[in-house]
Design a protein around this ligand. Structure first.
Ligand SMILES: [Zn+2]
Length: 331
């Protein structure tokens, strides 16, 4: 996977011009109209007319260069953060979910629908996380949508009958693979800026590799490796850094645990000597305190970043906070 990332990030997109999405960069469609005017001029005034044509074409290309930037809509804060680092100032990136909206059961709003309608490119996570998006995209099949985590879950075989776990971004190495997919999507949609996107992606990938190194070093020698989290969002992170997922507080995301499940959880805590529960950033304080009291454990936030701030560094900042929480809770 790493080799693939590097190859894609460093190879020039030679055939991208042929894959430009029709309709984007509307000024390009004016070119045939300008050229079609030229034969109407009399041959004896050719030089003057070619000069006029050159000026017109020059103005046209100048317009093309300064055309409105690509409009990209992402679904979740982590996807926004990965995308905005590849897009830089070459595209206008907006996130679909308003701050604080729950990723797993988002209720579509009129504002979100308008954002989708204005987008040149929609970048989603995929793997069933944004089931609410499929219905909204249904009537506009021509709009480009890229699900940048699709296929990356293959490292972990889902149990038979279960859909794949969508939380791929919580493994920095898989996040790099998502960045590669986002890069390809941007290059194909906006081929004029392909090399600039590649430069941005390469720089961001270096930062993510540094983050991975910090996790490897930071988690290498912890005495305990058993984690219990709010919902089952960390299989990829656990696999990458040798942690063991022994339980979840919510059997189903956003749904309170049953008394029977809490009894099982108590037994799991005792069996594995768990001293800390890792809860989502948006976990209710009341429930966290109750669990801490009932189970006589500490509670720390291990953030899925599903409601992270929409900034270019929120992924790295949030992951470094997660690293500190793991180091504190597992020592
Ligand atoms: Zn989740």
């Amino acid at each position: 996977m790493d080799a693939r990332s590097i190859r894609l990030l460093t190879s020039a997109p030679t055939t991208i011009g042929e894959t430009c999405r029709p309709g984007w960069g509307g000024s390009l469609t004016r070119a045939p109209a300008v050229v079609a005017l030229l034969p109407a001029y009399a041959p004896r005034r050719r030089s003057l007319h070619w000069m006029v044509a050159s000026i017109v074409l020059g103005l046209f290309f100048a317009g093309a260069v300064t055309a409105a930037p690509l409009r990209v809509v992402t679904t979740l804060p982590p996807i926004y953060c990965l995308t905005v680092n590849v897009a830089g100032d070459l595209a206008k990136v907006e996130n679909l979910l308003p701050p604080g909206a729950a990723a797993h059961d988002f209720q579509f709003t009129v504002a979100a629908r308008h954002k989708l309608e204005r987008a040149d490119l929609v970048i989603a996570n995929g793997l069933g996380l944004e089931s609410w998006l499929d219905e909204a995209m249904g009537k506009s099949a021509a709009r480009r949508i890229v699900r940048c985590a699709t296929g990356l879950e293959a490292a972990q075989e889902p149990a038979a009958g279960h859909s794949p776990n969508p939380h791929v971004w919580l493994d920095p190495i898989l996040a790099i693979a998502m960045v590669t997919n986002i890069l390809t999507a941007l290059q194909q949609t906006d081929p004029a800026n392909a090399s600039a996107y590649a430069t941005n992606a390469a720089a961001f990938t270096l930062r993510l590799r540094k983050l991975d190194e910090e996790f490897r070093a930071g988690l290498a020698s912890l005495p305990s490796r058993a984690i219990i989290t709010s919902h089952d969002a960390f299989p990829y992170l656990a696999r990458r850094y040798g942690l063991e997922r022994v339980g979840v507080i919510e059997e189903h995301a956003e749904i309170d645990p049953s008394p029977a499940h809490l009894r099982e959880l108590r037994a799991t805590i005792q069996k594995h000597g768990v001293k800390t529960l890792f809860v989502d950033a948006h976990e209710s304080q009341r429930r966290a305190k109750q669990l801490a009291r009932d189970f006589k454990v500490a509670v720390l936030v291990l953030d899925t970043l599903e409601e992270a701030p929409l900034t270019p560094t929120s992924y790295e900042d949030g992951m470094r906070q997660n690293l500190r929480a793991l180091q504190q809770g597992l020592k």
